[in-house]
Ligand binder design. Structure first.
Ligand code: ADP
Ligand code: MG
Length: 730
C-alpha cells in the first residue's frame, strides 16, 4: 500500500489554492454576529437596556425579572438571524473553550412545542464539572459546578457550517465558589487593578474614575497541508513533530519573513478574518513570520477581558476554517525543531476613562510624572514578581521556546530603550534623593518630544527581551502561542495592582510627614528605580553573557515548567493573589496541580508517540532498507566480486544497523523509565520525573537516531512526511 506520505504529496498537486472571497467592505459586516449595545438598544425595553448597561459598566448582577426581559430580547435577535441553539461559552483550564448546546425548543406540559429561553437559562447553567480539570477541588469539595453569565462580554453567534448557535460568555465556578476557569480570576484582577490605578491616578487627575488594562495580542502560527498533517501521528497527537531532520533549506535565507503570502494560505486567512470580523474581532494585520510556513495576525487592541475572549475565539475559528481549506493551523509553541517556534506577544497598557494611555508619555511635565509613575511601577512589579510572571507562561510547549536561542529566555527582564534608561538614571542620580519643585529631574520630564520617535521606531526594538517597552505599551513577548492570554494577563494585572497599592502607601506616608505631593512621588519613584534596576536589561537576551550576568544579578532562570510553577504557590504568591482578591490559596493550589498535570500528560503523550513511531514506522523502514542492502551485498559476493566492490554498501549497512540497535535499545529503556515515573504518586515529583527522567534523558537521543536514519534510509521507504515537504509544499 502506498504510504500516507506519498498520498499526501500527490494530493497536494490537486489542492485548490483559491476560495471565493468576500470583497465587500469590512465595515459592512463587522460585528454583525455580536449582541452589541446598539443591537441591545433595538431589541430590549428601556428598562431592560438600562439594567444591562449598569451591569456592564458597574459590574453589577442582573436581577431575575430583568434577566427574563433580556433573554427574551436576546432570543428574538438570535432567531432573527436563524439561530436555533444556545450555549454557555466558557474557558476551562484545559486551555480550549467549552460549550454545551441546548436548543430553544422545548415541550409544554400538554405536549405542544415551544421555543423558549428564559432568564434563568441566560444567567446560570450547570454543566457537569467533574470532567473538567479542577486540581482536587472536586475531591475535597463538590462535584457540581456552574457557569454564570459575564455581562462584560457580549453574547455572540457562532456559525458552524450552516448551523448557528447563540453563545453566552460565562465564567465557570465550582459549587462551593472556587473558580474553575481562566476568566473569573482575570475579571477579579482587572477589578483590583482598576481600584489601585484609579487611586494613584487621582494624585494627578481627580476626574479619573476607571482604569482598564488593554491588550493587543500578536498571534503566531504555522499552516500546513491537512494530508501532510494526517500522515504525521505525532502532530495529530501532540501538536508537534517529535522527529524530522532539518531540511537543506530552513529559515537561513530569511526569505519568508514579510514575503508574499502563498495563495492557499491567503485564501484561508481571508476566510478566518471574515468570520472573525463578524464576531467583532478587530483583526488588523497579517504577514509571514520568520520560519517557513509561519504566519502572524494581530488585532487592534481592546480592553483585556474582551481581547482575551477574542483571542480564544480566534484560535477556535482558525482551527475550524483551516480544516475547511484542507489545511491545519498549528498553534503549538514549537511544532518543528530547528526553525523558530511561535509566540503570542501580549501588548499591554492601561487606559483611563478620561481617554489617557497611562503608559504613553504626556505633553507636560505633570502628565509626564504620571507616565513615569506607571512606567516605573510596572518595572517594579515585574522585578518583584518575575517568578510569578514566569510561572504564568509556563507550559510543556513553551519550554521549547524559552531557553532556546530564538525566543525570549526564561529569565524575565525588562527592556526600556536607551532614552528612558537615561531618564531613569537621571532621576536616580539625585544625590540622596533630594528633589525640589524646580529640580531639573522633574522639569526635564518633558519626555513627549523625544520618546515617540525613538521608541515607536521598530528598528530600535530589542526582540530578544521577554518584556519590552515599545513607546506606549509593554510587550510581554514570552507568552506561548497556544496559551490562553488570561493566565499571563491575570498575573500582570495583579502584580501591577499590588505594586500600585504599595506605591500609594509609600507616597502617602511621605505626604503625611509634610512632603509636597510631587516631591513625595519623585522620592518614591527614585526609590523604586533603585530597588528594581537589576531587572532592566538592554542587551542581547539570547546571549550566554546575559545568562551569566543574570545569574550574578540574582535573577531567576528556571527553564523547565515543573519548577517554574513552584512560584504559583509560594507564601509570597498566595498573599499576592489573596490580598488582591484574585485567587485564594485553595484555588492557587488547585491550579498549580492542574498545570503540573497538564505538563506531565503532554510529555507522557509525546513519549508514547515517540515509542510508537519508532516501533511501527521508523524501525520497519530501516529494517526494510537494511535487508535490501544485505541482499545486495550477498548478491555481489555470490557472483564473485571482491570485497572492495561492496565496501560502501557494507559501511552504510553498518551505520544503519548501529542506529537500529541503539534506537530500539533507547525505546525499551524509555518504556522502563516511564514505568518508574508513572508509579510516582506526588504530582510535582511525577512532573519533574517526566521532565528529567523521560524528556531530558531520552527525547534528544532518540530523535538523533531517528533523524540519522531518515537521511540514510531510501526515501521511498520513509513513511513520515519530511520537514521539507511539510514546510515548503503547499
Ligand atoms: P508594534 O508591535 O510595531 O508596536 P503595533 O503598533 O501594530 O505594532 O502594535 C502591536 C499590537 O499592540 C497591536 O495588537 C496593537 O493593537 C497593540 N497595541 C497598540 N497600542 C496598545 C495599547 N495602548 N494597549 C494595548 N495594546 C496596544
Ligand atoms: Mg509588536
Amino acid at each position: 500500500m502506498e504510504s500516507l506520505r506519498f498520498k499526501a504529496i500527490n494530493a497536494l498537486s490537486h489542492s485548490n489554492g483559491t476560495a471565493e472571497l468576500d470583497n465587500s467592505k469590512i465595515t459592512g459586516f463587522f460585528g454583525e454576529n455580536v449582541f452589541t449595545l446598539k443591537v441591545a438598544r433595538e431589541f430590549l425595553s428601556d428598562e431592560a437596556y438600562k439594567s444591562l448597561l449598569t451591569s456592564i459598566k458597574g459590574g453589577k448582577k442582573i436581577d431575575r425579572a430583568m434577566a427574563n426581559q433580556i433573554s427574551a430580547g436576546l432570543r428574538q435577535w438570535a432567531e432573527s438571524k436563524g439561530v436555533t441553539h444556545y450555549t454557555h461559552w466558557f474557558q476551562p483550564l484545559t486551555g480550549t473553550t467549552a460549550e454545551k448546546h441546548d436548543s430553544f425548543f422545548t415541550l409544554k406540559g400538554d405536549g405542544s412545542a415551544l421555543e423558549t429561553f428564559d432568564g434563568d437559562a441566560l444567567i446560570q447553567q450547570e454543566p457537569d464539572a467533574s470532567s473538567f480539570p479542577n486540581g482536587g477541588i472536586r475531591a475535597t469539595f463538590e462535584a457540581r459546578g456552574y457557569t454564570a453569565w459575564d455581562p462584560s462580554s457580549p453574547p455572540f453567534i457562532m456559525e458552524i457550517g450552516t448551523g448557528k448557535t447563540l453563545c453566552i460568555p460565562t465564567i465557570f465556578v465550582s459549587y462551593t465558589g472556587e473558580t474553575l476557569d481562566y476568566k473569573a480570576p482575570l475579571l477579579k484582577s482587572l477589578e483590583s487593578l482598576n481600584k489601585a490605578a484609579v487611586d494613584v491616578c487621582n494624585y494627578f487627575d481627580k476626574n479619573v474614575n476607571k482604569v482598564a488594562a488593554t491588550l493587543g495580542w500578536e498571534q503566531e502560527y504555522f499552516v500546513i497541508d491537512e494530508a501532510m498533517f494526517n500522515a504525521r501521528p505525532d502532530l495529530v497527537m501532540s501538536g508537534r513533530t517529535v522527529f524530522g531532520h532539518s531540511p537543506a533549506k530552513g529559515q537561513q535565507l530569511e526569505d519568508h519573513y514579510f514575503g508574499s503570502i502563498p495563495e492557499r494560505v491567503y485564501a484561508f486567512m481571508r476566510d478566518f478574518e471574515t468570520e472573525s470580523y463578524k464576531l467583532g474581532i478587530p483583526l488588523r494585520t497579517r504577514h509571514n513570520e520568520v520560519a517557513p510556513a509561519q504566519f502572524e495576525c494581530a488585532p487592534i487592541f481592546e480592553e483585556v477581558s474582551v481581547a482575551v475572549d477574542h483571542n480564544t475565539l480566534l484560535m477556535d475559528i482558525m482551527d475550524r476554517v483551516a480544516r475547511r481549506h484542507k489545511l491545519r493551523a498549528l498553534l503549538h509553541e514549537k511544532p518543528f525543531a530547528g526553525v523558530n517556534g511561535s509566540g503570542k506577544h501580549n501588548n499591554w497598557s492601561l487606559a483611563t476613562d478620561t481617554g489617557v494611555n497611562l503608559l504613553a508619555p504626556g505633553k507636560t511635565p505633570k502628565t509626564n510624572l504620571m507616565f513615569l509613575t506607571f512606567f516605573v511601577n510596572t518595572i517594579k512589579a515585574v522585578h518583584d514578581y518575575s517568578d510569578v510572571l514566569r510561572a504564568s507562561i509556563a507550559s510543556a510547549g513553551n519550554d521549547h521556546r524559552l531557553g532556546a536561542n530564538e525566543a525570549p529566555p526564561a529569565i524575565i527582564s525588562v527592556f526600556i530603550g536607551g532614552y528612558l534608561s537615561k531618564v531613569l538614571a537621571d532621576v536616580k542620580e539625585r544625590v540622596g534623593g533630594k528633589f525640589d519643585e524646580q529640580d531639573e529631574a522633574i522639569l526635564k520630564l518633558d519626555l513627549h518630544r523625544s520618546i515617540p520617535e525613538l521608541l515607536l521606531d521598530n528598528t530600535d526594538r530589542n526582540r530578544t527581551s521577554p518584556f519590552a517597552f515599545t513607546g506606549n505599551k509593554f510587550e510581554f513577548r514570552a507568552v506561548g502561542s497556544g496559551a490562553n492570554c488570561a493566565n499571563s494577563m491575570t498575573a500582570l494585572n495583579t502584580i501591577m495592582a499590588q505594586t500600585l497599592k504599595q506605591f500609594k502607601k509609600d507616597v502617602d506616608a511621605l505626604i503625611e510627614k509634610g512632603e509636597k505631593k510631587e516631591i513625595a512621588i519623585m522620592h518614591v519613584i527614585r526609590e523604586y528605580i533603585v530597588a528594581s534596576e537589576k531587572v532592566l536589561f538592554e542587551g542581547d537576551g539570547y546571549s550566554d553573557e546575559w545568562h551569566q550576568e543574570a545569574e550574578k544579578r540574582g535573577l531567576p532562570n528556571i527553564p523547565t515548567t515543573p519548577l517554574a510553577l513552584d512560584a504559583m504557590v509560594t507564601d509570597k504568591a498566595k498573599s499576592l493573589f489573596e490580598s488582591n482578591n484574585v485567587l485564594n490559596h485553595v484555588e492557587l493550589e488547585a491550579r498549580h496541580e492542574i498545570e503540573l498535570e497538564k505538563y506531565m500528560k503532554r510529555v507522557q503523550i509525546e513519549a508514547r508517540i515517540m515509542g510508537e513511531l519508532c516501533t511501527s514506522h521508523v524501525l520497519p523502514a530501516a529494517i526494510k532498507y537494511q535487508n535490501l542492502l544485505i541482499n545486495n551485498i550477498k548478491g555481489l559476493k555470490e557472483i564473485g566480486l571482491k570485497e572492495e566492490s561492496y565496501a560502501n554498501q557494507k559501511q552504510i549497512l553498518e551505520k544503519i544497523s548501529e542506529h537500529i540497535n541503539i534506537l530500539s535499545d533507547l525505546v525499551e529503556k524509555m518504556i522502563e523509565a516511564r514505568k518508574i515515573v508513572n508509579a510516582m504518586t506526588d504530582i510535582r515529583t511525577k512532573a519533574i520525573g517526566y521532565q528529567s527522567q523521560i524528556k531530558d534523558a531520552f527525547f534528544d537521543d532518540i530523535r538523533y537516531r531517528v533523524d540519522k536514519l531518515e537521511l540514510l534510509v531510501a526515501d521511498e521507504y520513509w513513511a513520515l512526511p519530511k520537514y521539507r515537504e511539510m514546510l515548503f509544499l503547499r
